[in-house]
Design a protein around this ligand. Structure first.
Ligand code: RM4
Ligand code: MN
Ligand code: MN
Length: 426
């Protein structure tokens, strides 16, 4: 299924008067305060977030999985779904593949389909956290960290194969997330597994094409419950430094213990030029993979405030790769992803509204009250009309979720694909 711009434009007609009213009010109030509204709209339009190929189907928990009707059963269908989300939101212009869940049978065909929908290939993701059928050596006791040379070599080779595949597709980065760890004290020698991981990453790094980046994710626990080899940003940062200038830390919002000050981690990494990628989601307890902004929208804003500061003041840090890393147990995945995109764009636009000059001045004067007021002033602004404008200017929907429902997209997909089609993934 493909949604064309005329179709979206005709749905927009019903919302146009309301949108214009709301936009004029917001834009005029901001202009009065000296805000350059056009620049903010342009920045929001340019902000593109990748959708992972594994997020279009229903996610599960270790207790079970409830299917979602009309799930994309093939890689082509997953790409089509991202195309639909992008057509409506104009802000999901890339797809990120997980290998071997989504190995293209014909790379050229996949490439042209992706291009025709206005999408690019974002980072490639390797998978050494599961054993695949017919795999020779098991990852049960670790992959890149393994003390079994055969398992370790196999995991290194898998990552190299993923890079080669990514080159065929035009991707420019590899994201490595390792489950490696232990569930019981004494199970692993901490120094040995860390050293093995470092050696393995260096071997993968050595195979990285000149214009590629390596992103190293971290996570404190799960699937193992006593220790994780790359447990925190410090370990990831250290490994990235050991590898070299093309290796970076990747921050996944769900990969922190409760109450961690993620915005401070962002600031530290950007100062050091080592924040390479970002995975968005939200959580109450751990790696819950909930809709972005559904639990802690203010934290998301504070994180964006540091990202915006870093993007404007840290030329030593490359432009980060953005991706939504969520899982959908209950909601229609596409609706959920559109809600996430709205939350991301909203936090970004609010962060762009922070009066940086006034904030620096208040910080210099140790006016703590005013510092907080300045942040709240931006955070409490209703930026939705600006996001609507950014979409409309690019041919997207004023209200993507409503348009998606009015177009009855899910039922049409069920008709096309059948009720019980299943997506690969977790
Ligand atoms: C992990 C991590 C990775 C993702 C897998 C599916 O928790 O966030 O980025 O590839 O989940
Ligand atoms: Mn992630
Ligand atoms: Mn995760």
């Amino acid at each position: 299924m493909i949604i064309d711009k005329e179709n979206i434009a005709s749905h927009n007609q019903n919302n146009l008067d309301q949108h214009n009213l709301r936009f004029d009010f917001t834009a005029n109030s901001l202009i009065q305060k000296g805000v350059d509204v056009d620049t903010i709209i342009k920045k929001v339009s340019d902000f593109q977030v990748a959708i992972p190929s594994w997020a279009l189907g229903a996610g599960g928990t270790r207790f079970g999985r409830f299917s979602y009707y009309g799930e994309p059963g093939t890689l082509e269908q997953k790409i089509e779904d991202v195309g639909l989300i992008h057509a409506l939101t104009q802000s999901a212009g890339a797809i990120s593949l997980h290998i071997p869940w989504d190995v293209p049978e014909d790379a050229e065909k996949i490439k042209s389909l992706t291009k025709s929908l206005g999408l690019q290939f974002d980072a490639m993701n390797s998978n050494t956290f599961q054993d695949q059928p017919n795999q020779e050596h098991s990852y049960k006791y670790g992959s890149l960290c393994s003390t079994d040379d055969n398992a370790r070599q196999q995991a290194i080779q898998h990552n190299i194969d993923v890079i080669k595949l990514g080159e065929q597709l035009g991707s420019k980065s590899l994201t490595v997330w390792l489950a490696d760890g232990s569930s019981f004290p004494g199970q692993n020698n901490f120094q040995t597994v860390l050293k093995n991981t470092q050696d393995s990453l260096k071997q993968i790094y050595a195979e990285l094409p000149e214009d590629w980046k390596l992103f190293i994710e971290y996570k404190p626990y799960e699937p193992y419950f006593y220790s994780t080899v790359i447990q925190d940003w410090g370990t990831s940062f250290m490994l990235a430094n050991e590898c070299g200038p093309k290796a970076y830390t990747l921050v996944d919002l769900g990969h922190h213990l409760p109450n961690t000050n993620i915005e401070q981690i962002v600031a530290t990494l950007m100062l050091k030029g080592k924040l390479g990628g970002f995975h968005f989601n939200d959580s109450k307890y751990g790696d819950d993979d909930l809709t972005v902004g559904s639990i802690k929208p203010y934290s998301l804003f504070l994180i964006f405030n540091e990202l915006v500061y870093g993007m404007e003041n840290n030329p030593q840090n490359p432009y980060p790769a953005w991706m939504i890393d969520a899982s959908h147990n209950l909601k229609d995945p596409m609706e959920d992803l559109m809600q996430s995109l709205e939350a991301i764009n909203s936090a970004y636009a609010k962060a762009l509204l922070v009066d940086q000059k006034a904030l620096r001045e208040a910080q210099r004067n140790h006016d703590v009250t005013l510092c907080q007021e300045i942040l709240q002033e931006a955070y409490l602004t209703d930026v939705r009309p600006l996001l609507e404008k950014a979409r409309v200017l690019n041919g997207g929907a004023i209200n993507p979720l409503q348009t998606y429902r009015q177009m009855d997209v899910r039922n049409k997909l069920v008709d096309e694909r059948g009720k019980h089609s299943m997506a690969t993934g977790l």
